[in-house]
Every structure is written in C-alpha cells, then in structure tokens.
Ligand binder design. Structure first.
Ligand code: SF4
Ligand code: SF4
Length: 456
C-alpha cells in the first residue's frame, strides 16, 4: 500500500484516521472531556442572582461572575483577548502545536465526530469499505446513522454557545416548550451547522487550508520548542524486519505505515517537520505500540526539540528562554494594567448628550434652560436612588424626567435633565457645566461629567 492510499480513502474526501490508544490519546480524551465540561457547564453557573458568565446583548452588558461590564468597559475585553493571544504564543513557544492537537475547538469537535464515526461505522478498514461502496443499503444506513448523531451533537454544541447569550434555563425551557425566538433559533442552528460542517465534514481541511494560525505559528518556535519528530538516524533505512540479515541492515522503522494511518491530517511525519502536523501525538502512540510488539525501545517518533536532535541529548522543556520570557513579561504587564484598571474602575458610568435641537429656551419664569439626554450605567450589584446637581452655573437648578431616579442593580437608566438658571448668572455663548450624579444612600457612588450650557 502506498503512503497516499494510507492517508485518504481511494474515493477522496477527508482522512479516515485509525483511532489509537496510549499516553497522548488519554491526554486528548481528557482534554475533550474537560473542555466540553467547561464549555457546556459554565452557562449553568449562577452568581449573585444572575448567570455567572452572560453576554447580555439586549441589555448591552457582560456578566463575568461579580463583574458587570458595559460598552464603556470594552477595553477590558480587549485586554483579556490580548492576554489569551499572548498565552497562546507563550504556550506555542514552549510546546509547539500541543494547543492545536489537544484543545483547539476544531480538533476537539473533530475528535468527537471521529469517535461517533468509529462507534457507528466501525474501525478504519470498515469505514473505508463503507466509503468505497456508499450506496449499498447496509452501508448507507450506517452512514446516515452516524451523520444523524453528529448533527444531534452539533445541535447540543450550538445550544451550549447560545446559552452564553440567552440564560441557559430560559433557553432550555424555550427548547422544551417550542417557544424559542426566531433569532435565537437562527444562531443556534448557525453554530450547530458550522460545527457539523467544519468538524463533521471538512475536518483536517480546516487546519490545512483555512486556519491562519497554522501558517504563522512557526515564527514562535525556537530550537527548544517541543515538536513531534521522527528519529531518522534510528529508523532509517526503513523496511521489514525479515530483511535485517541482508548486507544492508534495516533501521527500527518497519515501514508498517500505522503512523500515517492514525494521523488526523494525513501526513507522514517521517518526512520531517511539516506545517500540517498539529502535534496531537497519535503517531507517537501508534509507533510506541509497534515498538512494544517488536520489543524495541519506544520513542522512534517522540516529542523532541531541534536542539535535542542536534545535540543527541534528551529533550527537556526549558522555561527560562528569551522568547517565552518575553511573552510572559507581556502577559504580566497586560494583566497588571487590567488589574489596576479594574481596581480603580468606577461602578457608575454616565453619558451626557446635550439636546442639540434647541440651543437655549426661555421658561415662563424667565429662566434660561438647556436640556440633556443622560444615560447612567450601574456596574454595582445594588440598586441606587440617584440625584442630579449642577456646578459651574450659580443658582442653577436641575429638573429630571422621570423625577424619581431609580437605577436598578446591574442596570441602566435613561433620563432627560433640564438645567435652568437666571439670565444674570449665565455668560453669553457656551460655558462649562459640571453635572454631578450621585446616590442618595452611598456618597462614594457618584460621578461628575462635564458638558456645556449655552447662554443667549
Ligand atoms: S509506526 Fe513506527 S515503525 Fe511503523 S511506519 Fe511509522 S515510524 Fe515506522
Ligand atoms: S504527524 Fe503525528 S502528531 Fe502530527 S498531526 Fe499527524 S499524528 Fe498528529
């Protein structure tokens, strides 16, 4: 059998990898279970009366346990994304593509789809047989059954994602009683559809042709980065063991091709480091099993580093290297800046917009009046009754609609404020006006916003 036919079915389409067992497989299974436990379980966590992690688009706020973020706080979201990206760079510099092979959602969901396929359609030879004659009734029934289960799993994953936007118990109730809104259903089906398409159908094609990270992550590698490598010195020349006693003895690789059959991206790691290798370690498990059967030492394919390969020493993860240290330093600096920002973050945000339709109005009492649209956002878990006052304009009084300013916990309030002052106290043209918003029951809960008051 040629390497090309080992990789993909003769009928074309995605790889049909053989499932393995071993250290790396155990680790991968654990990561699939852990990531899905977190992904599907987190929306059910409650905190202080609300969903602990909730992206409430309708209310324009994000809950993250005790924190409530408003649109003005998007800088923290940007900071969190920067930390995640730097964390990924740091991990890549240390361990190559272990993230891709074990924790990337595409890999995790592809792995789940492969399990389903394996359970329903059988092992690799059986699955290849099904693909070779797909319209035979028994084959078709198995293929339809496996696709149906994959679609069902994709719907659960779609539900899991939407539950971060619509409270999970509410979402589940809407599924059970059929009252789900049109947009919610659209997003659930869209995410389920993408999961099925990318993980169930396209599989490794996403890693090979669509993922941008695969293309540039090698710039984060250095000579101490852990990579999956084949020991060519020990393995070559490859060939069957029965040829050992010829004039040209063989290396330890018996050219069984199992390392290619198990590879989810269909590459032959014996050809050297390739960008298609996602570092899943399946070929290591497969080759170790072959070596065990041959009573040869394990590690013909192993995690190694370019430095270890060149020096002949065992591979060792070295944390104290310039590149990972630079990434760690950047992570620490960003985290510190965010921590300071969060520490000093005011629980009250106020947006003031002067009513531009009317420059200045004269009231029946002869006072000059300017109007302002005010939006108040509460990041505090307690409700507050607010009062408004104005500074910078002698004798000014503030009237609001509504008159009673009740700001809900983690909520927002929109109001109209009218500032009135005697003409003698108002300068001609624009002058600075300080609007104070404060809680009646908590002096520390206050904010001052500057705007302008236009005189005649
Ligand atoms: S599994 Fe090991 S022995 Fe078999 S072809 Fe691959 S490297 Fe050679
Ligand atoms: S070469 Fe090995 S580690 Fe790389 S993707 Fe294939 S099976 Fe996984």
């Amino acid at each position: 059998m040629t390497v090309a036919t080992l990789r993909r079915p003769a009928t074309g389409g995605p790889c049909v990898p053989k499932l393995t067992s071993g250290r790396f497989n155990t680790w991968r299974v654990a990561m699939v279970l852990l990531t899905q436990l977190i992904f599907l379980g987190a929306p059910w966590l409650r905190w202080d009366g609300h969903q602990a992690i909730w992206l409430d688009l309708e209310g324009q706020r994000i809950f993250l346990f005790a924190w409530c973020f408003w649109p003005q706080d998007l800088v923290y979201l940007a900071g969190a994304l920067i930390i995640c990206a730097l964390g990924l760079f740091w991990w890549t510099a240390l361990a190559g593509r272990l993230w891709c092979g074990n924790s990337c959602p595409q890999t995790v969901y592809t792995e789940i789809m492969l399990w389903i396929e394996h359970w329903i359609e059988g092992d690799r030879p059986a699955r290849l047989k099904l693909r070779a004659d797909p319209y035979k009734p028994a084959h078709l029934a198995r293929r339809v059954a496996s696709q149906a289960v994959m679609i069902a799993v994709s719907l659960v994953i779609g539900f899991g994602l939407v539950a971060y936007f619509v409270p999970a118990p509410e979402l589940l109730a809407s599924v059970l009683d059929g009252s789900m809104g049109g947009w919610t259903l659209f997003w659930l089906l869209s995410y389920a559809g993408f999961t099925y398409l990318l993980a169930g159908r396209l599989r490794e094609q996403v890693c090979l042709h669509m993922c941008p990270y695969a293309r540039f992550q090698s710039v984060m590698f250095d000579s101490h980065t852990l990579l999956v490598g084949y020991d060519a010195k020990r393995g070559e020349p490859r060939g069957a063991r029965r040829q050992q006693h010829t004039a040209n003895p063989r290396g330890d690789c018996v050219d069984c091709g199992v390392c290619v059959q198990v590879c989810p991206t269909g590459i032959d790691i014996r050809n050297g480091l390739q960008y298609e290798c996602i570092g899943c370690g399946a070929c290591i498990d497969a080759c170790d099993t072959v070596m065990d059967k041959l009573r040869a030492p394990r590690g013909l394919i192993r995690m190694t580093t370019p430095h270890a390969e060149a020096s002949g020493q065992p591979a060792r993860v070295s944390w104290l290297r310039p590149r990972p240290l630079i990434y760690l330093g950047l992570i620490a600096a960003t985290a510190l800046a965010m921590a300071v920002g969060l520490w000093q973050r005011a629980p009250l945000h106020v947006n003031v917009l002067r009513d531009r339709a009317v420059m200045v109005r004269e009231t029946p009492e002869g006072l000059l009046e300017n109007a302002y649209q005010i939006k108040v956002f509460n990041a505090d878990s307690r409700p507050h009754v607010l009062q408004l006052s104005a500074e910078g304009l002698p004798g000014a009084r503030v009237l609001t609609e509504p008159a009673q300013l009740l700001l809900p916990a983690h909520g927002q309030l929109q109001l109209l404020a009218r500032v009135q002052a005697a003409p003698d106290n108002v300068q001609h043209g624009a002058q600075v006006l300080h609007l104070n918003v404060r809680s009646r029951d908590d002096a520390s809960f206050q904010r001052q916003e500057d705007t302008v008051f236009i005189g005649e």
